[in-house]
Design a protein around this ligand. Sequence first.
Ligand code: S3P
Length: 193
Amino acid sequence: MERPSRPASSSPIPAGIRSDEAFRIALIGMPGSGKSTIGKAASARLGLAYVDVDQEIEQRIGSSVRSFFERHGEPAFRDLETEVLRDLLAGRPCLIATGGGAVLREENRHVLRSRALCVYLEASSRLLWSRLRRDRRRPLLQFEDAEQRLRAMTAERAPLYRQTAPIVIETDGFSFNGVVDELVARVTAKSDQ
Ligand code: S3P
């Protein structure tokens, strides 16, 4: 006898998204580009669990990313970031908000590309600065010349984000809901191909 197909409502993955056990979406982009806020809203719409790499790191180390950076330095943070990314990208289907520097290492770019559908949330450094100028949480922006650093980081990383993500979503000039709608539509279309 033919097995009855599972009712659509029992699947965590809505119609339109391929029902691949390993379906994961990873949002990449600069700090302040909306990876967490957009990611939470989109994951709810897509019926995927939401995971934040920085939050996962903070749970593992029992302190904030900023104080970890101050005590142990950036290379130690990057090692942890690679470890957490690898674990999350080997786990259950989910939507992952990565840290802005996740694309700096080739091994991270490789694991992101091969184990998730990556989406780059692109934002101009002007928009990013308008959101981050009062930020006290991000260790790489706690400097007098933070605005210049942000601009330089955006220029340095843009090609890395682009080479990692098959989907690029421009966010300047678009509303929060507009970006979420675009993300859901693009991911759904891509996974149908
Ligand atoms: C970083 C971005 C942060 C966090 C850490 C390093 C970066 O994440 O991982 O402070 O190198 O751009 P967000 O992109 O969520 O701010």
